[in-house]
Write a protein that binds this ligand. Sequence first.
Ligand SMILES: [Zn+2]
Length: 256
Amino acid sequence: KPFIWKETAFSLLLPANDSLVLTRVPSSWPAVKGQHHWPKHYPFCGGAFQSPIDIRSELLRFDPTLQAIEVRNYNLSATEQLTLGNNGHSLQISLPSKMHISNLPHRYTAAQLHFHWGSSNRPAGSEHMVNSRQFAAEMHVVHFNSDKYPNISMAVDKSDGLAVLGVLIEVRSCGWVKWLPIFINDQRVQVPGFNIRALLPARLDEYYRYDGSLTTPPCYPSVLWTLFRNPVTISRKQLFKWYSSCAVLKMAQRLA
Ligand SMILES: [Zn+2]
């Protein structure tokens, strides 16, 4: 399959349903305890649609039918309280249902966003790779098909159930990865709303699109993946500013 790259053009498409050319990346997972047992306990794990993947430029196809992603109501006001917590393997922020993606075949309503990051001895923590390069961290904004399903629990195992926006993150100073995992399990705090759009790269018309799965068990093949081509770069200072009002951060700093 020819790789056509148009610098001025829109989006990129990974050939879906062509599992031969998609390189699944279990190599990014060893940090997850017992991961090699997943396929035994969770039949969908390790299947043809397993995410994440290594996005290799020679396997990409330009798809002129794809449009720039349109996000709606991502600019939240500070009066809206968001719940921030640690779901066990990542820092997660709940999102209000007015946030959605408007130009996919269905309306996909936002549910939560979360981060994947590395550890002090494994600083690169992104799930997806691009040409076998791993990034410092990765953010996932998880949406569910609200045209067909009443909530994310009903959508999570349906083939058209979820749409996730993935953002690769580069960190100018990588010290932050050390304290992020300190967030204590099940700890939940309220944080003021902010402009979630600012967490996405400037260009929403350059992305990799493929049909994939949840990246952790039960690995349902239910995710329409959009991984933005351009990473966002954040500094440790920015990240601290973000959570300056966050009690959890203060606790994390005490523990660090
Ligand atoms: Zn994720």
